[in-house]
Write a protein that binds this ligand. Structure first.
Ligand code: ACO
Length: 255
């Protein structure tokens, strides 16, 4: 994507053409234009009705944006952030997890399939010190699924209502830890719920939503709109911990 300014003039770019922005960069009009244009192009490429990456959806969040550029050209973007998710396995058990997620990933059409996506992705893996299978993927497109299969042999997952993809390898090496945790306590971070109790949890969530204070209403509406129960970590943390704490207490009481 061609801009009429040198990209290194509006943000710092390393020798590999990479930039890493967190949600609190020094704003300037060029940077806003770049984020807006790339976010729009990404949404268009994925046929999304709603843009995932824009200045207002990025600034003041705990998300990170990886950007690959060359002179006046922006070649691609990759946005990540943590979410609270509920994941249901084949036996119906539901786990509550808080993975780092790939939220938006876009390489300009003119340079796709030339390794730019892999370069961006590898930079992110290196900086976040994480393996691809330990990430969650928000509504991955067929191209992203192909990318993950080709480069990282990831293909096995159970479809979820919330459209996040978590590969089966995500849960490997965690079994022992989670068994130990479960034996000792019901954890905030990995609560296991039997399917028959899901309805109870749903109504508990609703009750808590209704009885919460006005100031929390906006946050809760966001939770509802990201059905079912995929939430931003930062913006939800206070309310979320209260809710989860209550849930854990109620689960222990009722289940
Ligand atoms: N059709 C099918 N597979 C593709 C395509 C395509 N048009 N483009 C890339 N891939 C996959 C293939 O596995 C390909 O390997 P191959 O060429 O041997 O078949 C591999 O990706 C190529 O790897 P890279 O060159 O490193 O990837 P690229 O630079 O093309 O970036 C990306 C991959 C980001 C998915 C890019 O294709 C793109 O921007 N697509 C459009 C937007 C999109 O779908 N983004 C993901 C949205 S989901 C989310 O963000 C959570």
């Amino acid at each position: 994507m061609q801009f009429n300014f040198l990209i290194s003039k509006c943000m710092s770019v390393n020798e590999n053409g990479m930039t890493i922005l967190n949600g609190t960069p020094q704003r300037n009009p060029c940077l806003d234009e770049l984020i807006t244009t790339m976010g729009d192009a990404s949404a268009k490429a994925q046929n999304l009705k709603q843009v995932i990456t824009s200045p207002s959806r990025f600034y003041q969040t705990d998300q990170k944006l990886y950007i690959k550029s060359e002179g006046k050209q922006c070649l691609g973007i990759l946005k990540i952030g943590k979410k609270n998710l509920f994941h249901r396995d084949l036996s119906g058990l539901v786990r509550e997890i808080q993975p780092l997620c790939v939220l938006d990933f876009y390489v300009h059409e003119s340079v796709q399939r030339r390794g730019i996506g892999k370069e961006l992705f590898e930079e992110m893996l290196r900086c976040e010190t994480i393996m691809p299978e330990k990430l969650a993927y928000d509504r991955p497109s067929p191209k992203l699924l192909g990318f993950l299969k080709k480069h990282y042999h990831l293909s096995n997952y159970i479809s979820q209502n919330n459209n996040f993809v978590i590969f089966s390898q995500y849960f490997e090496n965690r079994q022992q830890n989670s068994n130990q945790k479960l034996a000792s306590q019901t954890s905030y971070y990995q609560t296991i719920v039997t399917p028959s109790k899901m309805e109870q949890l749903g109504s508990l969530m609703q009750q808590m939503t209704i009885s919460s204070t006005k100031s929390k209403n906006q946050t809760q509406q966001q939770i509802k709109s990201q059905a079912p129960w995929a939430t931003d970590q930062k913006s939800q943390s206070n309310m979320y911990q209260t809710t989860t704490g209550l849930m854990s207490a109620q689960i222990q009481k009722k289940i």
